[in-house]
Design a binder for this molecule. Structure first.
Ligand code: RNT
Ligand code: ZN
Length: 400
Protein backbone atom coordinates (compact mmCIF):
# COMPACT_ATOMS: atom_id res chain seq x y z
CA UNK A 1 0.00 0.00 0.00
CA UNK A 2 1.04 3.54 -0.72
CA UNK A 3 0.21 6.09 1.97
CA UNK A 4 1.26 9.08 -0.17
CA UNK A 5 -1.05 8.18 -3.01
CA UNK A 6 -3.88 7.47 -0.55
CA UNK A 7 -3.37 10.95 0.96
CA UNK A 8 -3.33 12.54 -2.50
CA UNK A 9 -6.63 10.88 -3.44
CA UNK A 10 -8.19 11.78 -0.11
CA UNK A 11 -7.16 15.42 -0.53
CA UNK A 12 -8.66 15.46 -4.03
CA UNK A 13 -12.00 13.94 -2.99
CA UNK A 14 -14.59 16.48 -1.87
CA UNK A 15 -17.39 15.61 0.52
CA UNK A 16 -20.71 17.29 -0.21
CA UNK A 17 -21.53 18.79 3.18
CA UNK A 18 -25.25 19.24 3.79
CA UNK A 19 -26.45 22.65 4.92
CA UNK A 20 -29.39 21.11 6.73
CA UNK A 21 -27.42 19.75 9.70
CA UNK A 22 -27.06 23.37 10.85
CA UNK A 23 -30.73 24.16 11.44
CA UNK A 24 -32.54 20.84 11.74
CA UNK A 25 -33.67 20.96 8.07
CA UNK A 26 -35.67 24.13 8.78
CA UNK A 27 -34.70 26.22 5.78
CA UNK A 28 -35.43 29.93 5.51
CA UNK A 29 -38.13 30.25 2.87
CA UNK A 30 -41.09 29.82 5.21
CA UNK A 31 -41.76 31.63 8.49
CA UNK A 32 -42.71 28.57 10.51
CA UNK A 33 -41.34 25.47 8.83
CA UNK A 34 -42.89 22.14 9.68
CA UNK A 35 -40.79 19.34 8.34
CA UNK A 36 -43.26 16.54 7.62
CA UNK A 37 -42.78 14.03 4.84
CA UNK A 38 -41.53 11.43 7.28
CA UNK A 39 -38.51 13.57 8.19
CA UNK A 40 -37.66 14.25 11.81
CA UNK A 41 -34.81 16.06 13.51
CA UNK A 42 -35.06 15.22 17.20
CA UNK A 43 -33.44 17.11 20.06
CA UNK A 44 -33.33 20.72 21.20
CA UNK A 45 -29.66 21.49 21.69
CA UNK A 46 -29.30 25.27 22.00
CA UNK A 47 -27.69 27.50 19.39
CA UNK A 48 -29.41 26.46 16.17
CA UNK A 49 -28.74 28.78 13.19
CA UNK A 50 -31.73 31.09 12.71
CA UNK A 51 -30.61 33.01 9.66
CA UNK A 52 -28.57 32.46 6.53
CA UNK A 53 -25.75 34.51 8.05
CA UNK A 54 -25.69 32.33 11.17
CA UNK A 55 -25.79 29.14 9.12
CA UNK A 56 -22.87 30.32 6.99
CA UNK A 57 -20.84 31.31 10.06
CA UNK A 58 -21.50 27.90 11.63
CA UNK A 59 -20.52 26.07 8.47
CA UNK A 60 -17.36 28.14 8.20
CA UNK A 61 -16.47 27.10 11.74
CA UNK A 62 -17.07 23.45 10.87
CA UNK A 63 -15.11 23.72 7.61
CA UNK A 64 -12.12 25.16 9.48
CA UNK A 65 -11.95 21.91 11.48
CA UNK A 66 -12.42 19.52 8.54
CA UNK A 67 -9.41 18.70 6.35
CA UNK A 68 -9.68 19.03 2.56
CA UNK A 69 -11.73 21.12 0.10
CA UNK A 70 -15.39 20.31 -0.09
CA UNK A 71 -18.79 21.14 -1.54
CA UNK A 72 -21.89 22.81 -0.13
CA UNK A 73 -25.02 20.70 -0.45
CA UNK A 74 -27.90 23.15 -0.40
CA UNK A 75 -31.66 22.65 -0.34
CA UNK A 76 -33.87 25.04 -2.30
CA UNK A 77 -35.61 26.00 0.97
CA UNK A 78 -32.42 27.89 1.91
CA UNK A 79 -33.01 30.44 -0.86
CA UNK A 80 -31.73 33.92 -0.13
CA UNK A 81 -34.79 35.97 -1.11
CA UNK A 82 -33.84 39.04 0.91
CA UNK A 83 -36.89 38.66 3.13
CA UNK A 84 -39.37 38.44 0.25
CA UNK A 85 -41.67 35.46 -0.13
CA UNK A 86 -40.84 33.71 -3.38
CA UNK A 87 -42.87 30.66 -4.27
CA UNK A 88 -40.80 27.57 -4.95
CA UNK A 89 -41.92 27.38 -8.56
CA UNK A 90 -40.66 30.93 -9.08
CA UNK A 91 -37.16 30.51 -7.72
CA UNK A 92 -34.36 31.74 -9.95
CA UNK A 93 -30.60 31.86 -9.83
CA UNK A 94 -30.76 35.32 -8.23
CA UNK A 95 -32.07 33.68 -5.05
CA UNK A 96 -28.95 31.54 -4.82
CA UNK A 97 -26.40 33.99 -6.13
CA UNK A 98 -25.17 34.88 -2.63
CA UNK A 99 -24.73 31.20 -1.78
CA UNK A 100 -22.77 30.54 -4.97
CA UNK A 101 -20.56 33.58 -4.29
CA UNK A 102 -20.03 32.29 -0.77
CA UNK A 103 -18.90 28.97 -2.27
CA UNK A 104 -16.67 30.71 -4.78
CA UNK A 105 -14.91 32.75 -2.11
CA UNK A 106 -14.19 29.61 -0.12
CA UNK A 107 -13.26 27.30 -2.98
CA UNK A 108 -16.31 25.14 -2.38
CA UNK A 109 -18.33 23.27 -4.99
CA UNK A 110 -22.12 23.43 -4.94
CA UNK A 111 -24.74 20.68 -4.97
CA UNK A 112 -28.46 21.24 -4.99
CA UNK A 113 -31.79 19.75 -3.96
CA UNK A 114 -35.31 20.80 -4.88
CA UNK A 115 -37.31 20.87 -1.62
CA UNK A 116 -40.45 18.76 -1.95
CA UNK A 117 -41.40 19.04 1.74
CA UNK A 118 -41.94 21.71 4.45
CA UNK A 119 -44.63 23.30 2.31
CA UNK A 120 -48.46 23.49 2.39
CA UNK A 121 -48.66 21.75 -1.00
CA UNK A 122 -46.77 18.79 0.49
CA UNK A 123 -48.86 18.60 3.67
CA UNK A 124 -50.91 15.58 2.60
CA UNK A 125 -47.73 13.65 1.90
CA UNK A 126 -47.79 13.71 -1.91
CA UNK A 127 -45.95 15.94 -4.39
CA UNK A 128 -44.79 14.72 -7.82
CA UNK A 129 -47.17 11.76 -7.65
CA UNK A 130 -50.13 13.75 -6.31
CA UNK A 131 -53.48 12.85 -7.82
CA UNK A 132 -54.29 16.55 -8.31
CA UNK A 133 -52.62 17.75 -11.51
CA UNK A 134 -52.39 21.30 -10.14
CA UNK A 135 -50.29 20.14 -7.17
CA UNK A 136 -48.13 17.98 -9.40
CA UNK A 137 -47.69 20.89 -11.78
CA UNK A 138 -46.45 23.13 -8.98
CA UNK A 139 -43.82 20.60 -7.95
CA UNK A 140 -42.80 19.90 -11.54
CA UNK A 141 -42.22 23.63 -12.04
CA UNK A 142 -40.15 23.65 -8.83
CA UNK A 143 -38.03 20.79 -10.15
CA UNK A 144 -37.48 22.58 -13.45
CA UNK A 145 -36.53 25.83 -11.70
CA UNK A 146 -34.03 23.98 -9.51
CA UNK A 147 -32.22 22.33 -12.43
CA UNK A 148 -31.76 25.71 -14.09
CA UNK A 149 -30.37 27.15 -10.86
CA UNK A 150 -28.08 24.15 -10.40
CA UNK A 151 -26.63 24.33 -13.91
CA UNK A 152 -26.01 28.06 -13.58
CA UNK A 153 -24.26 27.51 -10.23
CA UNK A 154 -22.12 24.79 -11.79
CA UNK A 155 -21.23 27.05 -14.71
CA UNK A 156 -20.23 29.93 -12.44
CA UNK A 157 -18.08 27.74 -10.23
CA UNK A 158 -16.65 25.71 -13.09
CA UNK A 159 -17.62 22.55 -11.22
CA UNK A 160 -20.61 20.39 -12.07
CA UNK A 161 -23.53 20.48 -9.64
CA UNK A 162 -25.27 17.26 -8.62
CA UNK A 163 -29.00 17.92 -8.22
CA UNK A 164 -30.81 15.31 -6.18
CA UNK A 165 -34.54 14.65 -6.31
CA UNK A 166 -36.04 13.14 -3.22
CA UNK A 167 -39.80 13.26 -2.62
CA UNK A 168 -41.70 12.19 0.48
CA UNK A 169 -44.68 10.66 -1.39
CA UNK A 170 -45.92 7.71 0.63
CA UNK A 171 -48.86 6.12 2.42
CA UNK A 172 -49.05 5.39 6.12
CA UNK A 173 -51.37 2.49 5.49
CA UNK A 174 -51.77 -0.15 2.81
CA UNK A 175 -52.87 1.28 -0.54
CA UNK A 176 -54.96 -0.61 -3.07
CA UNK A 177 -53.38 1.13 -6.03
CA UNK A 178 -49.61 0.97 -5.97
CA UNK A 179 -49.35 1.56 -9.68
CA UNK A 180 -51.07 4.89 -10.37
CA UNK A 181 -48.83 7.03 -8.12
CA UNK A 182 -45.79 5.49 -9.82
CA UNK A 183 -47.29 6.25 -13.25
CA UNK A 184 -47.68 9.86 -12.15
CA UNK A 185 -44.21 10.06 -10.62
CA UNK A 186 -42.63 8.76 -13.79
CA UNK A 187 -44.50 11.33 -15.90
CA UNK A 188 -43.60 14.17 -13.50
CA UNK A 189 -39.91 13.24 -13.51
CA UNK A 190 -39.91 13.04 -17.29
CA UNK A 191 -41.49 16.50 -17.40
CA UNK A 192 -38.84 17.90 -15.05
CA UNK A 193 -35.98 16.39 -17.03
CA UNK A 194 -37.46 17.26 -20.43
CA UNK A 195 -35.74 20.62 -20.48
CA UNK A 196 -32.15 20.19 -21.56
CA UNK A 197 -29.66 21.72 -19.12
CA UNK A 198 -25.96 21.45 -19.74
CA UNK A 199 -24.68 18.02 -18.65
CA UNK A 200 -21.33 19.72 -18.21
CA UNK A 201 -22.71 21.77 -15.31
CA UNK A 202 -25.47 19.62 -13.89
CA UNK A 203 -26.02 15.93 -13.20
CA UNK A 204 -29.41 14.73 -11.98
CA UNK A 205 -29.78 12.12 -9.26
CA UNK A 206 -32.88 10.38 -7.92
CA UNK A 207 -33.14 9.08 -4.35
CA UNK A 208 -35.27 6.17 -3.22
CA UNK A 209 -36.59 5.42 0.22
CA UNK A 210 -38.08 2.43 1.98
CA UNK A 211 -40.29 4.06 4.58
CA UNK A 212 -40.53 6.97 7.00
CA UNK A 213 -42.44 8.10 10.05
CA UNK A 214 -46.11 8.15 8.99
CA UNK A 215 -45.07 6.64 5.69
CA UNK A 216 -44.69 3.05 6.73
CA UNK A 217 -46.64 1.05 4.19
CA UNK A 218 -45.84 2.28 0.72
CA UNK A 219 -43.28 4.67 -0.76
CA UNK A 220 -43.92 5.73 -4.35
CA UNK A 221 -40.22 6.27 -5.09
CA UNK A 222 -38.95 2.90 -3.96
CA UNK A 223 -35.51 1.49 -4.74
CA UNK A 224 -36.73 -0.62 -7.67
CA UNK A 225 -38.66 2.34 -9.10
CA UNK A 226 -35.66 4.64 -9.13
CA UNK A 227 -33.12 2.00 -10.13
CA UNK A 228 -35.23 1.33 -13.21
CA UNK A 229 -35.82 5.03 -13.78
CA UNK A 230 -32.15 6.00 -13.45
CA UNK A 231 -30.99 3.12 -15.65
CA UNK A 232 -33.55 3.83 -18.37
CA UNK A 233 -33.07 7.62 -18.35
CA UNK A 234 -29.34 7.84 -17.77
CA UNK A 235 -29.68 9.53 -14.36
CA UNK A 236 -27.46 9.17 -11.33
CA UNK A 237 -28.80 6.97 -8.55
CA UNK A 238 -28.68 8.26 -4.99
CA UNK A 239 -28.18 5.57 -2.37
CA UNK A 240 -28.96 6.81 1.14
CA UNK A 241 -27.45 4.46 3.72
CA UNK A 242 -30.55 4.81 5.90
CA UNK A 243 -33.09 3.95 3.20
CA UNK A 244 -32.90 0.18 3.15
CA UNK A 245 -33.86 -2.71 5.36
CA UNK A 246 -31.56 -2.66 8.40
CA UNK A 247 -29.87 -5.94 7.48
CA UNK A 248 -29.41 -5.03 3.81
CA UNK A 249 -25.86 -4.15 2.72
CA UNK A 250 -25.80 -0.87 0.82
CA UNK A 251 -22.12 -1.51 0.05
CA UNK A 252 -23.04 -4.59 -1.94
CA UNK A 253 -25.25 -2.51 -4.25
CA UNK A 254 -22.43 -0.31 -5.57
CA UNK A 255 -20.83 -2.76 -8.01
CA UNK A 256 -24.27 -3.93 -9.11
CA UNK A 257 -25.84 -0.54 -9.88
CA UNK A 258 -22.74 1.27 -11.16
CA UNK A 259 -22.75 -0.79 -14.34
CA UNK A 260 -26.21 0.49 -15.31
CA UNK A 261 -26.22 4.14 -14.23
CA UNK A 262 -23.82 6.96 -15.13
CA UNK A 263 -22.99 7.71 -11.51
CA UNK A 264 -23.93 7.18 -7.89
CA UNK A 265 -24.60 9.84 -5.28
CA UNK A 266 -24.08 8.52 -1.78
CA UNK A 267 -26.06 9.92 1.09
CA UNK A 268 -23.72 8.84 3.83
CA UNK A 269 -25.95 8.56 6.86
CA UNK A 270 -26.67 6.19 9.72
CA UNK A 271 -30.05 4.73 10.42
CA UNK A 272 -30.66 3.44 13.94
CA UNK A 273 -33.73 1.19 13.80
CA UNK A 274 -35.33 3.60 11.35
CA UNK A 275 -34.08 6.22 8.88
CA UNK A 276 -33.06 8.30 11.86
CA UNK A 277 -30.19 10.19 10.17
CA UNK A 278 -27.72 9.77 13.04
CA UNK A 279 -24.23 11.29 12.72
CA UNK A 280 -21.91 9.20 10.53
CA UNK A 281 -19.43 6.99 12.37
CA UNK A 282 -16.18 5.29 11.44
CA UNK A 283 -18.16 2.08 11.51
CA UNK A 284 -18.26 -1.17 9.58
CA UNK A 285 -21.19 -0.20 7.36
CA UNK A 286 -19.66 3.10 6.25
CA UNK A 287 -16.22 1.57 5.81
CA UNK A 288 -17.69 -1.20 3.66
CA UNK A 289 -19.50 1.40 1.54
CA UNK A 290 -16.33 3.38 0.78
CA UNK A 291 -14.32 0.18 0.33
CA UNK A 292 -16.65 -0.83 -2.47
CA UNK A 293 -16.29 2.58 -4.12
CA UNK A 294 -12.49 2.36 -3.99
CA UNK A 295 -12.15 -1.35 -4.82
CA UNK A 296 -14.40 -1.01 -7.86
CA UNK A 297 -12.54 2.14 -8.98
CA UNK A 298 -15.82 4.05 -8.93
CA UNK A 299 -14.52 7.19 -7.22
CA UNK A 300 -14.66 9.18 -10.48
CA UNK A 301 -18.40 8.42 -10.88
CA UNK A 302 -19.34 8.70 -7.23
CA UNK A 303 -20.42 11.83 -5.38
CA UNK A 304 -20.02 11.49 -1.63
CA UNK A 305 -22.73 13.47 0.12
CA UNK A 306 -23.72 13.48 3.76
CA UNK A 307 -27.26 13.25 5.05
CA UNK A 308 -27.74 13.37 8.81
CA UNK A 309 -29.37 15.82 11.15
CA UNK A 310 -28.93 15.52 14.87
CA UNK A 311 -30.45 18.28 16.99
CA UNK A 312 -29.51 16.66 20.30
CA UNK A 313 -25.80 17.56 20.23
CA UNK A 314 -23.81 20.62 19.20
CA UNK A 315 -24.69 20.94 15.51
CA UNK A 316 -21.25 22.11 14.45
CA UNK A 317 -19.64 19.18 16.26
CA UNK A 318 -22.08 16.89 14.43
CA UNK A 319 -20.85 18.25 11.08
CA UNK A 320 -17.21 17.87 12.10
CA UNK A 321 -17.61 14.35 13.51
CA UNK A 322 -19.67 13.07 10.58
CA UNK A 323 -17.54 14.60 7.85
CA UNK A 324 -14.23 13.58 9.38
CA UNK A 325 -15.59 10.07 9.82
CA UNK A 326 -16.68 9.83 6.18
CA UNK A 327 -13.15 10.91 5.24
CA UNK A 328 -11.62 8.40 7.64
CA UNK A 329 -13.66 5.62 6.05
CA UNK A 330 -12.44 6.71 2.63
CA UNK A 331 -8.83 6.86 3.80
CA UNK A 332 -9.04 3.41 5.36
CA UNK A 333 -10.37 2.08 2.05
CA UNK A 334 -7.56 3.80 0.13
CA UNK A 335 -4.96 2.27 2.46
CA UNK A 336 -6.17 -1.28 2.04
CA UNK A 337 -3.41 -3.63 0.77
CA UNK A 338 -5.78 -4.52 -2.03
CA UNK A 339 -3.17 -6.16 -4.26
CA UNK A 340 -2.33 -8.84 -1.70
CA UNK A 341 -5.98 -9.36 -0.83
CA UNK A 342 -6.94 -9.80 -4.46
CA UNK A 343 -4.11 -12.24 -5.16
CA UNK A 344 -5.18 -14.39 -2.24
CA UNK A 345 -8.77 -14.43 -3.47
CA UNK A 346 -7.81 -15.08 -7.07
CA UNK A 347 -5.63 -17.98 -5.96
CA UNK A 348 -8.63 -19.41 -4.15
CA UNK A 349 -6.75 -18.98 -0.87
CA UNK A 350 -9.64 -17.95 1.35
CA UNK A 351 -7.56 -18.62 4.43
CA UNK A 352 -5.03 -15.96 3.45
CA UNK A 353 -7.84 -13.58 2.44
CA UNK A 354 -9.42 -13.80 5.88
CA UNK A 355 -6.07 -13.63 7.67
CA UNK A 356 -4.94 -10.54 5.75
CA UNK A 357 -8.30 -8.75 6.05
CA UNK A 358 -8.16 -9.16 9.83
CA UNK A 359 -4.49 -8.14 10.12
CA UNK A 360 -5.26 -5.05 8.02
CA UNK A 361 -7.68 -3.80 10.66
CA UNK A 362 -4.89 -3.08 13.15
CA UNK A 363 -2.44 -1.44 10.75
CA UNK A 364 -1.47 2.06 11.96
CA UNK A 365 -4.25 3.88 10.14
CA UNK A 366 -4.50 6.63 12.76
CA UNK A 367 -0.96 7.88 12.06
CA UNK A 368 -1.84 8.47 8.39
CA UNK A 369 -5.06 10.25 9.31
CA UNK A 370 -3.22 12.49 11.79
CA UNK A 371 -0.66 13.32 9.13
CA UNK A 372 -3.46 14.30 6.75
CA UNK A 373 -4.93 16.67 9.36
CA UNK A 374 -1.48 18.15 9.99
CA UNK A 375 -0.82 18.74 6.29
CA UNK A 376 -4.27 20.25 5.83
CA UNK A 377 -3.66 22.49 8.83
CA UNK A 378 -6.66 21.40 10.87
CA UNK A 379 -6.60 20.13 14.46
CA UNK A 380 -5.23 16.64 15.02
CA UNK A 381 -7.24 14.21 17.15
CA UNK A 382 -9.93 15.66 19.40
CA UNK A 383 -8.25 19.08 19.55
CA UNK A 384 -11.03 20.48 17.33
CA UNK A 385 -13.54 19.97 20.14
CA UNK A 386 -12.16 22.83 22.22
CA UNK A 387 -12.58 25.15 19.22
CA UNK A 388 -16.24 24.15 18.94
CA UNK A 389 -16.65 24.69 22.68
CA UNK A 390 -15.27 28.20 22.54
CA UNK A 391 -17.50 29.01 19.52
CA UNK A 392 -20.41 27.69 21.57
CA UNK A 393 -19.53 30.02 24.45
CA UNK A 394 -18.79 33.05 22.31
CA UNK A 395 -21.33 32.78 19.49
CA UNK A 396 -24.00 30.11 19.97
CA UNK A 397 -24.77 31.02 23.59
CA UNK A 398 -26.06 34.44 22.60
CA UNK A 399 -28.67 32.98 20.24
CA UNK A 400 -31.10 32.35 23.06
C1 RNT B 1 -35.08 11.90 3.20
C2 RNT B 1 -33.91 11.89 2.28
C3 RNT B 1 -33.44 13.23 1.83
C4 RNT B 1 -33.43 14.25 2.95
C5 RNT B 1 -32.77 15.55 2.57
C6 RNT B 1 -33.06 16.63 3.56
O1 RNT B 1 -35.34 10.67 3.74
O2 RNT B 1 -32.86 11.17 2.85
O3 RNT B 1 -32.19 13.10 1.26
O4 RNT B 1 -32.82 13.76 4.10
O5 RNT B 1 -33.11 15.91 1.30
ZN1 ZN C 1 -30.97 11.19 1.82
Amino acid sequence: MDAESALATLAATPISIHCWQGDDVGGFDRPDPTLGGGLQATGNYPGKARTIAELRADMEKALSLIPGRHRLNLHASYADTGGKTVERDELGFEHFDSWVRWCQERGLGFDFNPTFFSHPLADDGFTLSHRDPAVRGFWVRHGIACRRIAAEAGRRLGKRTVTNVWIPDAYKDTPVDRKAPRDRLEASLDAIFAEPVSPEWNADAVESKLFGIGAESYTVGSHEFYLGYAASRGKWLCLDAGHFHPTESVADKISAVQRYVPGVLLHVSRGVRWDSDHVVLFDDATRALLEEVVRGEFLGRTAIGLDFFDASINRIAAWVIGTRNAQKCLLAALLEPIGRLRSAEEAGDHTARLALLEETKTLPFGAVWDEFCRREDVPVGADWLEEVRSYERNVLASRG
